[in-house]
Design a protein around this ligand. Structure first.
Ligand code: UT7
Length: 321
């Protein structure tokens, strides 16, 4: 039996932190108190206009390759999860592949599952490796969400940030990834969306994030609990045995509610939402890499990664690091 395991992680955040106070100074009708009480967010990173998702992905990927002791051409599958691709096409994954100097004909494609994107991409890569068709995958979550924010809409623009995180998954004889579960319910597509497209050279609809915050909040807490229980059951592991819970970093209150429902102490939850804001598909691999690099996550530990986002989509991956 072929399994997959993580052999390297990396991440990248553009520029310097932009604090809640900085947003107030830029004229947004908000306050540090409101943002931190409702979301736990203190700062986020915002890309320069010239920085694209593939560029952030490149920096994160190089860090992950370096951590794994691999070269780009050792990879035979590149998957990028993003809702803010560089172009309509080609995919951000192929742009990343070119930037990495890859010329080995590796498969490369994007996954679009908004804030669940990284968990979706990880599950897809695991299945490719499990099938025996591919041996080493570069899985990236990369976003420049600041491009799709209406900076006059205080109910959304204070929540998000830019960044990228990457992992290398490699075939091995023992798991690695213990269980994954992916779900979606398209009936809820309107509660979180960017309902626009490009047609005849013009944007039709809205090019900005629109969100029914409270509906998203309630949905997220429920499905994050459901999908966590699903992968724990599938792997025959009790939540008490988890070393680290690494949930999507949208809102500290959602994270706390998820941990409480699972019975996981906050001391075992990796949180970066205060420092990064919500970086959509990048949030889980950014949090994972932060805790790997500061030594909290160690080889042999059991991790539960969870995503939830527009679509509505949600998913989880349980793994032994
Ligand atoms: O990846 C998934 C992404 N999304 C999420 O995870 C978001 C989930 N939802 C949430 O986190 C919360 O619903 C929010 C943080 C977005 C909003 O918190 P809330 O407690 O649901 O607030 P609300 O939308 O009910 O708004 C309460 C008040 C309103 O004022 P009034 O009508 O009560 O006078 C808003 O106008 O807060 C006001 N408000 C703000 N005030 C200061 C909304 N945004 C802001 C702001 N600063 N940035």
């Amino acid at each position: 039996m072929i399994f997959s395991r993580v052999v390297g992680t990396g991440s990248f955040l553009p520029g310097t932190p932009v604090t809640n106070e900085d947003l107030v100074a830029r004229g947004i009708d908000t306050s540090h108190k409101w943002i931190v009480e409702r979301t736990g967010i203190c700062a986020r990173y915002l890309a320069e206009p010239s920085q694209t998702s593939s560029e952030l992905a490149l920096a994160a990927s190089l860090a992950a390759l370096n951590a794994a002791g691999l070269q780009a051409n050792d990879i035979d599958l590149v998957i990028v999860a993003t809702s803010t691709p560089d172009f309509v096409f080609p995919s951000t994954a192929t742009l990343l592949q070119a930037k990495l100097g890859m010329d080995n004909g590796a498969a490369a494609f994007d996954v679009q599952a908004v804030c669940s994107g990284f968990v979706y991409a990880l599950a897809v890569a695991d299945k490719f490796i499990h099938s025996g068709s591919h041996r080493r995958a570069l899985v990236v979550g990369a976003e420049v969400f600041s491009r799709i924010l209406d900076w006059k809409d205080r109910s959304t623009c204070v929540l998000f940030g830019d960044g990228a995180g990457a992992v290398i998954l490699e075939a091995c004889g023992t798991p690695g990834i213990l269980a994954t579960a992916l779900h979606a319910d398209g009936r809820y597509n309107e509660i979180l969306s960017v309902p626009g497209n490009v047609c005849g050279g013009a944007v039709i609809g809205s090019p900005f994030v629109q969100m029914e915050g409270q509906a998203v909040f309630k949905f997220a807490v429920k499905v994050l609990d459901d999908v966590a229980q699903e992968v724990l059951l599938a792997a025959g592991i009790d939540a008490a045995a988890l070393d680290w819970l690494i949930p999507h970093q949208a809102n500290m209150r959602i994270i706390q509610a998820t941990a409480r429902r699972l019975g996981v102490p906050m001391a075992n939850v990796v949180t970066t939402v205060a420092e990064h804001g919500n970086t959509s598909a990048a949030s889980v691999p950014l949090a994972l890499d932060a805790a790997v690099r500061d030594g909290r996550i160690r080889p042999g530990q059991t991790l539960l990664l969870e995503g939830v986002g527009g679509g509505f989509t949600w998913g989880a991956a349980l793994l032994r690091f």
